[in-house]
Design a protein. Structure first.
Length: 231
């Protein structure tokens, strides 16, 4: 805030220096595969919109505001993908958090759920019963009721986004791919999930014993012996 005040010429200079303390990031909670399937089943039972919301967050990684602002024009059923290009916050629609649009491929059941949800109420994908747009609070309510029905703890729609990233890491998706799909501005955010990648460090160590590495060592050894014989 003080830096901005200097930039706007509200004050001439910073009155003090502020050291930002480093805070370790806690573990990220997510639903395992069985829990997520239970939640999907419960959401479908509770409300078709809850079903779409759970899949949009858990299988496409959309944030709450991105789901609220999602329009039918953003969905290409022919290509099987959704374009995430805007987000809503307290009734105001703007660019996504990272400021960049991204494309995410639709899973088969997400595409089917969206087709079942098609309506003529307006450009938005999801509406309330009275025809008004969804709000972040309504989204949280849908997800909370589905979680209660499934007998699961609920940390809001963002836990589903953590689930999306965690499942991708557990299935071996590269960090860069997860970053692009989730819309993370910084790769360090994505790295929070990579410890879940199966055998990631083991695979890295095995590179030291790969045929290419063994061949290189053999060549280096042969070269060293030749130089020793010459001397």
């Amino acid at each position: 805030m003080l830096n901005q005040a200097v930039e706007w010429d509200v004050i001439e200079r910073l009155p003090c220096s502020i050291k930002v303390l480093k805070v370790s990031k806690g573990s990220t909670r997510f639903y395992d595969f069985e829990e997520f399937d239970r939640l999907v089943t419960a959401a479908r039972t509770s409300d078709p919109r809850a079903y779409v919301l759970v899949l949009l967050a858990g299988e496409a990684g959309l944030r709450s505001g991105e789901m609220v602002a999602l329009e039918w024009s953003d969905i290409d059923f022919g290509k099987g993908q959704v374009c995430v290009q805007r987000s809503a916050w307290k009734g105001q629609v703007a660019a996504t958090k990272g400021g960049r649009l991204r494309y995410v491929r639709l899973t088969a059941r997400l595409a089917a759920a969206l087709r079942e949800q098609r309506h003529l109420r307006g450009p938005g994908v999801l509406y309330q019963e009275d025809g008004s747009p969804l709000t972040e609070g309504v989204v949280q309510g849908f997800v909370r009721r589905a979680a209660q029905l499934a007998g699961l703890s609920n940390n809001g729609p963002h836990m589903l986004r953590h689930t999306f990233c965690s499942h991708l890491a557990m299935l071996g998706a590269p960090a860069r791919a997860i970053q692009e799909l989730a819309g993370h501005a910084d790769l360090t955010t994505t790295q929070r999930y990579m410890h879940l990648s199966p055998g990631a460090t083991d695979s890295a160590i095995r590179l030291l014993e790969s045929p290419q590495m063994l061949a290189r060592r053999g060549n280096m050894l042969a070269t060293g012996m030749t130089e020793a014989a010459k001397s």
